[in-house]
Design a binder for this molecule. Structure first.
Ligand SMILES: Nc1nc2c(ncn2[C@@H]2O[C@H](COP(=O)(O)OP(=O)(O)OP(=O)(O)O)[C@@H](O)[C@H]2O)c(=O)[nH]1
Ligand SMILES: [Mg+2]
Length: 377
């Protein structure tokens, strides 16, 4: 062992003793749990809430084909929780945490107070590495019946510090006026503020395109690329997905009951997935190396289990449901979020950690967390 390595090993062991102090522990936990914030934006009914529900693997956020979300929902990922809880910000304080259900969240969404609705629980496919994932659902700002939606969404965007913006486009309405004006406003905010790091465009409802009728997904992605380019988004990353396909597959994995209509839709996704499960992923537009690296990570992931309940009534096996998830394109969105958390979130969390060590007069240990000087295994 070189002298430098033995010095570091000694420092690690000294640090372990100091770390038993509960105040220091709490500060370090806070630093390591630095939020990595993802904000989901789109005009009304593009599928923001459905996409987030797909990421949660269950139906919680209210969604409908009319103007729906009327306030900001803040979802905090907690890897240690096995169910979701929700609370509502009132005039003076938050309500108590309650077990989350779609009914409770619908009531909260309709309640008069204007505060944020908070949710916490485990976002199943994302590990809180490099920070703690926080996802914001926002109201579509183009609601002519309620102009407050525009203010709510833009204030959340301007005030936030978002590691990633997911902008959802509706494949059945590419290039409509409301969307173009929202995108122009978004571009202004992004250009003015340094706290918005990256945008990924999600082409949702890609399942509505009928390839046999000449509605090619690859062409739709090209169309979106030139549409975004004309607005001023150069070299956009565009990921086609079907949030509904992902959500229905995951609800079935969890043994949640589907309506007759949902079962019917799921069966159509099952058939599409069995013909070509890579349809969405192939059409995704990302830098070539990045895309092959993401696809490789996806191919190495294990198949999600079905809910262990003996009464899992699904007519599909675990492989079929995993193929529908794969077909939906959701894995690419999840892998991108996860990698972004690691590459962008980790340095922030480490900087916060070093700051908190300095605050406790432990600056001498900061070098242990600098990847360049840490001893190799
Ligand atoms: N075919 C299809 N329909 C979808 C998909 N995702 C969402 N939808 C439907 O689109 C409608 C609107 O979805 P929401 O998730 O409520 O949309 P939103 O963007 O949250 O809308 P607001 O909250 O009003 O801004 C619902 O009826 C969804 O079932 C999809 O991938 N494919
Ligand atoms: Mg919504």
């Amino acid at each position: 062992m070189t002298r430098a390595v033995s010095r570091k090993a000694k420092q690690y062991s000294e640090l372990t003793k100091i770390l038993r102090d509960p105040i220091i522990q709490q500060d370090i936990n806070t630093a390591l749990n630095t939020p990595f914030e993802v904000i989901v934006l789109a005009t009304m009914s593009a599928g923001k809430s459905t996409l987030i529900n797909a990421l949660l693997g269950r139906e919680l956020l209210p969604s409908s084909n009319e103007a729906c979300t009327s306030r900001v929902f803040r979802v905090e990922d907690d890897d240690m929780m096995d169910s979701f809880e929700a609370r509502l910000e009132g005039e003076e304080h938050f309500s108590n945490w309650q077990a989350a259900s779609v009914e409770l969240l619908q009531d909260m969404n309709l309640s008069k107070s204007a505060g944020v609705i908070e949710l916490r629980g485990d976002v199943p496919k994302i590990d809180n590495e490099g920070g703690k994932l926080v996802i914001y659902d926002t109201p579509g700002p183009n609601n002519s019946r309620d102009s407050s939606h525009n203010d709510i969404t833009f204030n959340t965007l301007r005030d936030g510090n978002h590691g990633l913006i997911l902008y959802v486009l509706n494949a059945s309405q590419i290039g409509v006026d409301d969307d173009a004006s929202f995108l122009r406003e978004l571009l202004k905010v992004v250009e003015l503020r340094e706290n918005h790091k990256d945008i990924i465009f999600i082409l949702n409802k890609a399942d509505v395109l009928d390839e046999e009728q000449g509605e090619s997904l690859t062409k739709a992605v090209e169309l979106v690329k030139s549409y975004l380019g004309n607005i001023g988004f150069k070299s956009p990353a565009i990921i086609p997905i079907s949030a509904v396909a992902a959500l229905l597959a995951r609800k079935t994995q969890r043994n949640e009951k589907l309506s007759r209509r949902e079962r019917h839709i799921l069966e159509s996704f099952n058939q599409l997935a069995s013909i070509d499960k890579n349809h969405m992923l192939d059409a995704a537009l990302l830098p070539k190396n990045k895309k092959s690296q993401l696809l490789l990570s996806i191919s190495l992931k294990p198949i999600s289990d079905l809910s262990p309940s003996e009464h899992n009534e699904s007519i599909y096996d675990a492989k079929q449901l995993s193929d529908i998830e794969h077909y939906s394109g959701i894995f690419l969105v999840e892998e991108l979020i996860q990698q972004k958390m690691i590459t962008d979130g980790t340095p922030t969390a480490m900087a916060n950690l070093v700051e908190s060590l300095n605050k406790h007069g432990l600056g001498a240990f900061a070098g242990l967390f600098d990847s360049k000087s840490a001893p190799e295994k």
